[in-house]
Ligand binder design. Sequence first.
Ligand code: CAA
Length: 381
Amino acid sequence: MNLELTETQTLIRDTARKFARERVAPQARAMDREERFPTELFRELAELGLLGVNLPSKYGGAEAGVVAYALAMMEMAAADASVSVAMAVTNMCAELIHAFGTDAQREKYVTRLTLGEAVVGSFALSEPHAGSDPGALLTSAVKRGDRYVLNGSKQWITSGAHAGVMVVWARTSGTGNKGLSCFIVEGGTKGLHIGRHEDKMGLRASNTVALTFEDCEVPAENLLGKEGDGFKLAMTALDGGRIGIAAQACGVARAAMEATVSYTKDRKAFGEAVAEFQAPRFMMADMKTQLSAAELLTLRAAYLKEQKQPFTREASMAKLFASETSNRVCDKAVQLHGGYGYIDEFPVERYFRDARVQTIYEGTSEVQRLVIARETFRLIG
Ligand code: CAA
């Protein structure tokens, strides 16, 4: 893996950093307090190519690769994890449709996502009783003539109320992982109802809703891949998605660490800056070392995906380690801020809340361990 960035990767990282610092970070605290989803920012993200970083320019993408995508995600998450998760899911949906879609689906929907015409994308896999085990999902899709009719409920759907384009999983036959299929559903389709808006601990500017499909008719041409391919499509998308969440975790951890460096240099205790004491310095040494390891794991998984090499295990390793690191780093950041870490005047309180979901969504830490172990036994056995 080359540790030196290419010109394109540097350009994407710097573009994302500038936008994140100038347009996103100044609003992050208010958006969190008001639980405000910043629709307007996504048009701008699209103009910068950040909604299709790893997609061809023919489909409105930046054609900059997966490493550039991970770098952009780190920058966005350092400013605001909520904006970064909607960016991640939009990239994930666009890549999935690009990878498995027909030319017509690519023309129509990938472009809509990358150019921001859909505002954002949504990934509707989880259900109230089926999160880690998507094979248990109950939403059904029945073919009637030139349409599929969808019935069922989804839960924890990121950006669900704002998405112009969703990828939705439903059962067309069989049981368990077999017989699942994936559909492209446009926001506002008749029979698609937006349900409760979740009142979350963190990521409060990200919209998370339940969805209900009630005799929701989707044109048969919106089936993505073949009937029964759904589980593999979901796993493929999640492999890439986990690189995005690993990068998000690195971004949030970096922001927490940097805020703590500034705070402990300024804050005095017993006549000296807190940063001069050995205990905080050792904590900082661990935070920085673990963060660097998380960044390297993330960029390695991104590099492997970009080189079209197997990366399932590496994406899970990156997601597992980065999300757990992010939680540890944010916890120490709050500790080193003392009482000020516990109030919303300082950003570490928000970073701490935002980090918490990272070990849960796009596969819990336990699911990542299952994948890492499965792949390790498979590859070495
Ligand atoms: N790529 C391609 N195919 C894959 C694959 C991958 N990464 N992983 C598994 N498969 C294939 C297997 O080869 C196997 O194929 P065959 O049947 O042909 O042999 C099939 O899929 C079944 O594989 P497993 O037996 O390993 O499946 P499993 O039932 O044991 O489950 C699991 C594995 C890892 C637990 C999986 O169910 C999983 O990842 N669960 C977590 C789901 C998840 O991450 N949900 C997050 C929701 S989305 C979200 O959070 C988005 C958001 O908005 C932020």
